[in-house]
Design a binder for this molecule. Structure first.
Ligand code: F6R
Length: 595
């Protein structure tokens, strides 16, 4: 959600910044901009649209220090004027986050004679810097940041200061040291190939990067130690490698994502850490699983499984709801925060709130150096590798595997070994689902439908939600995910010949029940297709269905890993048929670091 980058001590700052923005583009692609220092003066270019729209203008620049930004609009529509950097007086600023008190600050600054040129919240930062600057950069930065409320990662350029300043408060920023050069970026992959060692800034830290040295201090100027470490291998970026899109590449990486996640669980000794934590608390009284979007769907699947296996009250909540309500979370609660990025602000803040309420907080994330891991008592890694496509695919499957292992560890003994041996076969099951699932007719049906409803019962219901989300976000075909029994309580009013329903049926005991829901759809002139496992759908239903996609059978706690694959493939193919870009759907960004 907005990517920012800074560099100093390089041969051509604009070249480095442009390349870095390409790596950060998954964080937002509404507009992009770069500012560099040339001969002590700030020169800036910015353009509405994707990073490539900036290429020609960026090629005209040089500089040895600079900052860059790729935007996901929050305040102010996507436009050239609202693009960052914002430049005023001696300063240029790029911002990721939201300045919550911007309206009041802006009003005061306008009264003092400042002229604004954008509709963004971010522009107040550059005006505050200009207001407080009288030759002492550090004083100006300290005075400005202390005025700000909300969340902000900033990179600042100041005319005459050969370097940049990076600020972190509730949005991520990482500083890096390379050969004779210094860098900062919102995420590690943008620093790969540039920096040899890196440090993740903590909330309330400011880094002054100049003349080969980074000095850290807090918002009151008190110095802090900088601890650099080598770039972790998990931070390596990804390349398409012959695939037409990252989405299909990442679906093909599901078998490896699951295998590596299972391996990481053993390597990081998560079984014993969880058993110790449960023992220390005298057992857990309830389990709350939290996440947003796709991560919420994997949390929901795990909550179903946890309650069934552990017989402990277990529920999943969207993080944005959890953090603002007074739940009964306490010291007997096991709170599991699920997030691919580990940076989603609602999930991070929900985990913080649960920790403050005394819960034992576990992070399940694909990014080991993320904010979420910093809050949690314990991290259970998802090792899906860098996920570039905005729509989550392989990380969802890794999350389901990690969550199944957590739940089995809490049960202990034979449950854990059973889950482990079921997971041994899942890699081959995923590979089979990817190569064998014929989804073309399903995708064509989706592409020509006015709406697509996904239904399922039991463990198939969270998968229905995920199938629906995937289709909507990459193809823009409207629809919903529903518990199969719920459709008739209202939404069935929308069913007609123009709508399509996809029933997910991997629960042997629930096949007949879901089949009844499909019959009700046929009776209203609706069309239906099925994603099913052997023995879970009545033969008459399969014969009548517009399409029937078969997936390998697996234990219920793991079946979402497999049954989601045809749904991801259907979403992907539908997007391609309709000419959408599945990797960068409109209005979205991968890391949602604002509320
Ligand atoms: C959907 C998708 C989003 C994310 C959500 C949470 O394909 O990718 O719904 O799942 O924004 O992101 P993380 O998992 O990074 O917290």
């Amino acid at each position: 959600m907005c990517g920012i980058i800074g560099c100093t001590g390089v041969k051509c700052a604009s070249e480095i910044l442009y390349k870095g923005l390409e790596d950060l583009e998954y964080r937002g692609y509404d507009s992009a901009g770069i500012a560099v220092l040339e001969g002590g003066k700030i020169i800036s270019v910015k353009k509405q649209g994707r990073v490539c729209a900036l290429k020609r203008a960026a090629e005209q620049l040089g500089g040895t220090s600079g900052i860059g930004h790729t935007r996901w609009a929050t305040h102010g529509r996507p436009s050239d004027e609202n693009a960052h950097p914002h430049t005023y007086g001696a300063f240029s600023v790029v911002h990721n986050g939201i300045i919550e008190n911007y309206a009041k600050l802006k009003e005061e600054l306008i009264e003092e004679g400042h002229e604004f040129s954008s509709h963004t919240d971010s522009e107040v930062v550059v005006h505050l810097l200009a207001k407080y600057y009288s030759g002492d950069l550090k004083e100006a930065v300290l005075s400005a940041v202390r005025q700000l409320k909300g969340s902000f990662a900033l990179c600042i350029l100041c005319a005459g200061y050969e370097g940049f300043v990076a600020v972190k408060y509730r949005n991520p920023i990482i500083v890096g040291v390379g050969e004779g050069a210094l860098f900062a970026a919102s995420d590690m992959p943008a620093l790969c190939g540039l920096a040899e060692s890196v440090a993740v800034l903590k909330d309330g830290q400011i880094a002054f990067a100049s003349e080969g040295k980074i000095s850290l201090c807090d918002f009151y100027g008190r110095p802090a130690a900088l601890t650099l470490s080598p770039i972790p291998p998990a931070a390596r970026g990804a390349r398409l490698g012959g695939f037409p899109h990252y989405m299909i590449k990442e679906i093909n990486e599901i078998p490896a994502a699951v295998k590596n996640t299972v391996q990481a669980f053993a390597e990081e000794k998560c079984f014993s850490a969880l058993s110790r934590a449960a023992k220390k608390r005298g057992g857990f009284g309830d389990i709350v699983l939290c996440g947003c979007g796709t991560a919420y769907h994997s949390a929901l699947a795990a909550a179903y499984h946890a309650e069934e296996l552990l017989k402990i009250p277990s529920r999943a909540e969207t993080a944005g709801e959890f953090r603002y309500r007074n739940s009964a979370t306490g010291p007997k609660t096991l709170f599991i925060a699920v997030s691919q990025s580990g940076e989603t602000v609602d999930t991070v803040e929900a985990a913080r709130a649960a920790k403050e309420a005394g819960a034992y907080v576990v992070a399940v994330t694909n990014v080991p150096y993320s904010a979420l891991t910093g809050i949690a008592y314990m991290s259970v890694p998802v090792r899906a590798g860098t996920e570039v496509c905005v729509a989550a695919t392989k990380s969802y499957c890794g999350q389901i595997a990690a969550l199944a292992l957590i739940i089995a560890s809490l049960k202990g003994g034979s449950a854990y070994s059973r889950t482990l041996s079921a997971l041994k076969g899942i890699e081959a099951g995923c590979a089979a689902a990817i190569s064998d699932c014929a989804v073309e007719s399903a995708a064509r049906a989706c592409a020509s439908s006015a709406g697509v409803y996904f239904i399922g019962r039991g463990i198939d219901y969270p998968v229905a939600l995920e199938g629906s989300l995937k289709l909507k976000e990459v193809s823009y075909v409207p629809g919903e995910g529903y518990p199969a029994g719920e459709l008739k309580h209202g939404t069935i009013a929308l069913i007609d010949g123009g709508t399509l329903t996809i029933a997910i049926m991997t629960e042997r005991t629930l096949g007949e029940k879901t089949a009844s829901a499909v019959e009700q759809i046929y009776s209203r002139g609706g069309r239906a297709g099925v994603v099913y496992a052997e023995g879970c759908a009545p033969p008459e239903l399969l014969e009548r269905a517009e399409f029937a996609v078969k997936v390998p059978s697996f234990a219920s706690c793991l079946s979402p890993i497999i049954s989601v694959i045809p749904l991801q493939l259907i979403a992907y193919r539908t997007a391609v048929i309709l000419g959408r870009d599945p990797d960068k759907p409109r209005n979205l960004a991968k890391s949602v670091t604002v509320e």
